[in-house]
Design a protein around this ligand. Sequence first.
Ligand code: HMG
Ligand code: MG
Length: 299
Amino acid sequence: MDLPENITIKEVGPRDGLQNEKTEVPTQDKIDWINQLSESGLSYIEITSFVHPKWIPQLKDAVEVAKSINRNEEVTYAALVPNMKGLERALEADIDEVSIFMSASESHNQNNINKSIDQTYPILKEVVNEARRAGKTVRGYVSTVFGCPYEGKVDEKQVIKVCHNLLEMGIDELSIGDTIGVANPIQVDYLLRKLERYFPKDQLALHFHDTRGMALANTLAALQLGYHTFDSSLGGLGGCPYAKGASGNVATDDLVHMLNEMGIHHQIDLDKLIEAASLIQSKVNKPLPSKQMEIFRNQ
Ligand code: HMG
Ligand code: MG
């Protein structure tokens, strides 16, 4: 197999994971967890989100969390930002990287951020410009790329258009989201080959949810095409609150295990990840769904 030698894993558990947990994790526990994650060799952690606290009360302490964690120089600390109000809060909290987000499908965009796709572009464009002016890097997310909970299959032309419009804003990287975990490896291969015609591979990351147990298989399909940046959530924590039935991202610990077995290089210490997963597992009061955590519990 022709595979990339180095992989970057972007840990999104403190944001994508916790935003969908019913149990509200106390602020200090989040800080302790992120501090542990920062010492596990991860180079990137999405720590929270500056969305409206009415929509995601689990992350209403975003500013406090961002201000209180220990910042490891080797780690980029990112957070979701939907609009200028969110950017104000993110800058107050001195976040390193701003992540803007929208959907490829109209109805998911409307449900998720209360705007049509066309209304969203100028809002995000202003966020990108202002974040850049403040010296921040910017990442983008496009959701529902492989399927939408309201509309089903999403037209690939629409996906390409939204990706194009986001990259045109001058973002550094775009994460391609299988929000509800409906993708399969053939579809991933097909769509990524399409996207390659329009966008540099190095600017794209993959964000697979594991709702149907397909996320690692989809990751392998992307790896085989040379993609090397993947979002994941420790222990498989989380989901999407506006995509019914969506479960967590591919589990960071399962992904790291797979890369270890395949001899693909990364900087992450699996034992430290398991320690950090054990901490957050005790705070959300439920067994985390990853295979590595299942093995660990049964030891
Ligand atoms: P809205 O109600 O349309 O906002 O919400 P608005 O601009 O009309 O403002 C209404 C009020 O909200 C105002 O206050 C604003 O100041 C306030 P008032 O004047 O009435 O007192 N407000 C805010 N307060 C705090 N922080 C803010 C903010 N913005 C406005 N940022 C909004 C629009 C986008 C804010 C809302 O719809 C929202 O917060 N949505 C977030 C939904 C969300 O977090 N979804 C999950 C994350 S996306 C995801 O999980 C997918 C991803 O993982 C990739 C994948 O899996 O595909 C990234
Ligand atoms: Mg997600």
